[in-house]
Design a protein around this ligand. Structure first.
Ligand SMILES: NC(=O)C1=CN([C@@H]2O[C@H](COP(=O)(O)OP(=O)(O)OC[C@H]3O[C@@H](n4cnc5c(N)ncnc54)[C@H](O)[C@@H]3O)[C@@H](O)[C@H]2O)C=CC1
Ligand SMILES: CC(=O)N[C@@H]1[C@@H](OP(=O)(O)OP(=O)(O)OC[C@H]2O[C@@H](n3ccc(=O)[nH]c3=O)[C@H](O)[C@@H]2O)O[C@H](C(=O)O)[C@@H](O)[C@@H]1O
Length: 454
């Protein structure tokens, strides 16, 4: 157990009336540590800092810590975040450190939002979360509350983190609280969402954990807080949301493959089908990227015993979509008497979706790799990231027209591409739009839109 200079009042197991505990929470009497200051962690730390005025952010990346302590913000395209961080640091409501154990010793409430990824062989990788839990345990005190916001394979809190926290801290199960409180926001609207863009789900390892976490989040969000039965239910809620999305996108991508045979605009059919309240077919695209949606199926497939063939098939469909896009291009080039091998192809976009500087599992990068493997000369243009580790030559968006391209594939619809100088792109170039964002009249050329046909 940690030796604190003076122990703050307990947050878990408090005997204060709820109103008094809420007031104390807002007065910063329960210092907070937020572990992970990335795309999600920094907005989360900002909102906790706005409400409590007493947040220490923890990150292993010294440049992240230094930037924040200077009042800077390394997370791009998050409306309001840079100003919020600057104000909070200036007010002393938010500081950052790499010393996770000391931060744990000084905190009463611990919020974990570090990455949960997958291994090379597609198994859940909870090693970062367990590493942080071990650090927290070294600073854990009776009356503390641990809130896990990183997405976890169901049963991780019950079977892994709870036992680890107890063993490493020497505390008993009823000495501290543990709750799973998933982050449900998306990059680009994080502050808005954390403040109340959607209901907050809370599931405790015991009733007191659920009570304490619910009280805290009710002070943080303008939306409702939904307590659920336990941590595993809350973990399942978050993963199920992601599974639904992966399967739905796989359906959209599979329907888009009917375009040529049916000679229809599949996107039009999807749009009209969605006028039924029960129908919400998502958008066809180049595939599914990011370190969330394409990863979450493995938090079930390669974690639980129960077979899940639909999830596996959806993963296969989405993972095959970048290759399908290259196949479409090959057919279009063939129609122009050109072979894919030896053709110069410009891929617009490398990140997994527009406006987010994240390349994990990016379909655009899979397209580059497939093109390269098929003998094409690949160029890639992205306003947020470079071609590190990608078999392509990076091109500034303003320079795309300088390439004597046989083809252009729009894979990620960054807004910067709206200003692309299409007039300088060779007239003979085949243009494939995987996002249905190019306006043929505005750019003055034919475009093959995935799911809409030519
Ligand atoms: N990105 C998203 O849209 C959403 C992500 N999530 C969950 O949040 C997790 C984190 O996502 P992002 O913030 O996007 O990741 P990120 O990669 O942007 O940021 C992760 C941060 O954690 C830091 N970190 C790594 N190991 C650490 C450690 N041991 N101690 C302290 N900090 C450490 C990294 O240096 C980095 O700054 C995801 O894995 C997912 O489970 C949930 C909802 C949305
Ligand atoms: C169920 C759900 O909507 N989850 C959201 C998702 O956000 P994320 O940033 O991963 O982006 P996303 O919009 O799901 O896109 C994921 C991938 O799927 C593609 N995509 C998305 C929607 C669509 O109709 N078609 C499509 O092809 C995107 O281009 C991207 O490559 O995952 C987040 C997460 O859990 O990290 C989650 O908080 C967000 O609410």
């Amino acid at each position: 157990m940690s030796e604190r200079a003076e122990l703050a009042a307990p947050f878990y197991g408090s005997d204060r009336p709820a109103a008094a505990q809420r007031e104390a929470f807002r007065n910063g009497e329960f210092p907070v540590a937020v572990y992970g200051l990335g795309k999600m962690g920094l907005p989360i730390a900002a909102v906790w800092g706005e409400v409590t005025g007493a947040v220490t952010g923890v990150d292993v990346d010294e440049s992240v810590v230094d930037t924040i302590n200077e009042g800077g913000c390394h997370v791009q395209n998050e409306p309001g975040l840079a100003d919020a961080v600057a104000d909070l640091v200036d007010a002393g409501s938010l500081t950052a450190t790499t010393d996770s154990v000391q931060a744990a010793k000084d905190a009463r409430i611990h919020v974990v939002i570090v990455p949960t990824l997958i291994t090379e062989d597609d198994h859940p990788d909870t090693s970062v979360v367990t590493s942080v839990a071990r650090d927290i345990a070294r600073g854990l005190s009776p009356g503390d509350l641990v809130c896990i916001e990183s997405t976890l394979p169901p049963r991780t809190c019950r079977d892994v983190l709870g036992p680890l926290l107890r063993y490493e801290s020497g505390l008993d199960a009823d000495d501290f609280g543990l709750a799973f409180c998933p982050e449900r926001t998306s990059s680009g609207r994080a502050l808005h969402d954390v403040r109340g863009g959607h209901p907050k789900v809370v599931g405790g390892i015991d009733d007191e954990s659920t009570r304490a976490a619910t009280l805290a989040y009710e002070e943080l969000t303008s939306n409702e807080v939904i307590p659920v039965s336990d941590t595993t239910t809350a973990e399942a809620v978050k993963v199920f949301e992601g599974l639904y999305r992966d399967v739905n996108i796989a359906l959209a991508n599979e329907l888009a493959r009917f375009t040529e045979e049916l000679e229809i605009d599949v996107r039009e059919a999807i749009h009209v089908a969605n006028t039924q309240p029960f129908c919400d077919i998502h958008d066809p695209g180049p595939g599914v990227g990011g370190h969330c949606i394409p990863y979450y199926p493995y938090f079930v497939l390669n974690w639980l015993e129960t077979p899940a063939p639909l999830l596996a098939t959806a993963r296969e469909v989405n993972d095959a979509t970048p290759g399908h896009i290259v196949g479409l291009l090959e057919g279009k080039l063939d129609g122009h008497g050109k072979a894919l091998s030896g053709s110069a192809v410009v891929v617009l976009g490398l990140t997994y979706r527009a406006g987010v500087a994240e390349t994990r599992a990016s379909p655009a990068i899979d397209i580059c790799r497939t093109l390269d493997a098929r003998g094409a000369t690949v160029y890639a243009s992205d306003p947020m990231v470079d071609c590190e580790g990608v078999p392509a030559t990076w091109v500034h968006p303003d320079e795309v027209g300088s390439i004597d391209a046989d083809a252009v594939i729009l894979a990620t619809d960054h807004e910067e591409f709206e200003a692309l100088d299409w007039a300088s792109v060779p007239r003979s170039a085949v243009v494939i739009d995987t996002r249905d964002v190019l306006d043929e009249d505005r750019i003055g050329r034919d475009v093959y839109v995935v799911g809409r046909g030519d």
